[in-house]
Design a protein around this ligand. Structure first.
Ligand code: PLP
Length: 394
């Protein structure tokens, strides 16, 4: 029996003790001054870490609620949107848009490949009717980080509205919302923010707000304007998930103490160690080099079929106390995924790699063990903090 397994799926993540303690505080009046103060702090820290002076909206629910809010506010039935997808979550955005009667132009890139700025530029040039571009920053289902800077540049050049699903990216990976001209960015509390699930967090530009005022899609709880007018009074339109707010405020405070650039650098270091360790075992990564996510690593399964992979992941959990995620959609049974976002540092990597290597050995997928941890350690020792900012996403 394992009593304290390591949760290493790509969100929810383990939480620091400070955050857990914060979440268990007594509740307060959500219409009183203590809430307003906490709300103000959360808004300010999110603005700082997303590099935006636009509106911050906190929508109760998970990341998907934020994706739906973006569609409901930016689009009217019959409007045309370009949906750039290369995985499970991009496709989810397409389904949401279809449910709202949006005319979807689908830039359908195969899973495991990258959405490029050139593809988007071509689509925009051919379809002047497109008002809005929807793109996934960090595609959690495949471990690919799409080139957001290049994508944002072409969308700006073509003067279209840009909505970005950075549910599992922001916080862990660099995103400069205003500089990139992102109109709606969606992230979620349980991903890179060291907080539990319960809040979709959106950065919304003035242009997106103007689009929302014109949009004819039915909406009430998701209406951007309602959040903004309550927010101006230090409140939320409906009862906020207070315990998640407490936790998020504490997670953000810890990130602010560390410094957001250092947080991004830590993710880069940890991800590089994981990738080095996994490759040293002879396993193959699913994402192409140069676009491998610093928040989640997708590994091609060495198992002959889905059942064998499932047995491997079960043993990993039960014998070695490590919980990893399987594949999603068309990649079920073909890949597994290691989440390394939020509350994670170098020491955790050794446990992850050691456990993975042992389970792979038990199942006959490795003939020898003992490579991964030293390989990761070498990477760590060679790491110069700060160098990663040169190679990171900006
Ligand atoms: C990139 C991405 N988009 C959207 C979602 C959906 O978020 P949620 O499960 O919080 O609704 C996820 C969740 O993993 C995600 O990783």
């Amino acid at each position: 029996m394992v009593f304290a397994p390591q949760l290493r799926v790509p969100g929810p993540t383990p939480l620091p003790d400070r955050v857990i303690r914060a979440a268990s505080q007594p509740l307060i009046n959500h219409r009183g001054p203590e809430f307003s103060e906490m709300f103000g702090t959360v808004n300010r820290l999110l603005s700082e870490m997303l590099f935006t002076s636009g509106h911050i909206l906190l929508i109760p629910g998970s990341g998907t609620y934020g994706l739906e809010a973006a569609v409901a506010n930016l689009m009217s039935p019959g409007d045309t949107g370009l949906f750039c997808t290369n995985g499970y979550f991009g496709e989810r955005w397409v389904s949401i848009a279809q449910a709202y009667g949006v005319n979807v132009i689908h830039l359908d890139i195969p899973w495991g490949e990258v959405v490029t700025a050139d593809d988007i530029s071509t689509a925009l040039a051919h379809h002047p009717e497109i008002t809005t571009v929807f793109v996934t920053h960090n595609e959690t289902s495949t471990g690919i980080t799409n080139p957001l800077e290049d994508i944002a540049r072409v969308v700006t050049e073509h003067d279209r509205i840009l909505a970005v699903d950075s549910v599992s990216g922001a916080g862990a990976l660099p995103v400069h919302v205003d500089e990139l001209g992102i109109d709606v960015l969606v992230t979620a509390s349980q991903k890179g923010w060291m907080a539990p699930p319960g809040l979709a967090m959106l950065a919304v530009s003035e242009r997106a707000l103007a689009a929302s005022k014109k949009s004819k899609s039915p909406k009430w709880t998701f209406d951007f304007e309602r959040f903004i007018s309550s927010g101006a009074k230090g409140m939320t339109p409906t009862t906020p998930p207070l315990s998640v707010y407490y936790a998020l405020a504490e997670g953000l405070a810890m990130m602010a103490e560390e410094g957001i650039e250092h947080v991004w650098g830590r993710h880069n270091k940890v991800a590089t160690m994981i990738r080095t360790g996994v490759l040293s075992m002879g396993l193959k990564l699913f994402a192409p080099e140069g676009f491998r996510s610093n928040a989640v690593t997708a590994v091609r399964s060495p198992a002959p079929d889905a059942d064998a992979l499932s047995l491997l992941l079960t043993d990993l959990r039960e014998k070695y106390g490590l919980i990893l995620a399987g594949g999603q959609g068309e990649q079920i049974g073909k890949i597994f995924r290691i989440g390394h976002l939020g509350y994670i540092d170098e020491q955790d990597v050794y446990g992850i790699l050691g456990a993975l290597e042992c389970a792979l050995f038990d199942h006959g997928y490795l003939s020898r063990i003992g490579f991964a941890v030293p390989a990761a350690q070498t990477t760590s020792q060679a790491w110069v903090f700060g160098q990663e900012l040169v190679t990171a996403d900006r």
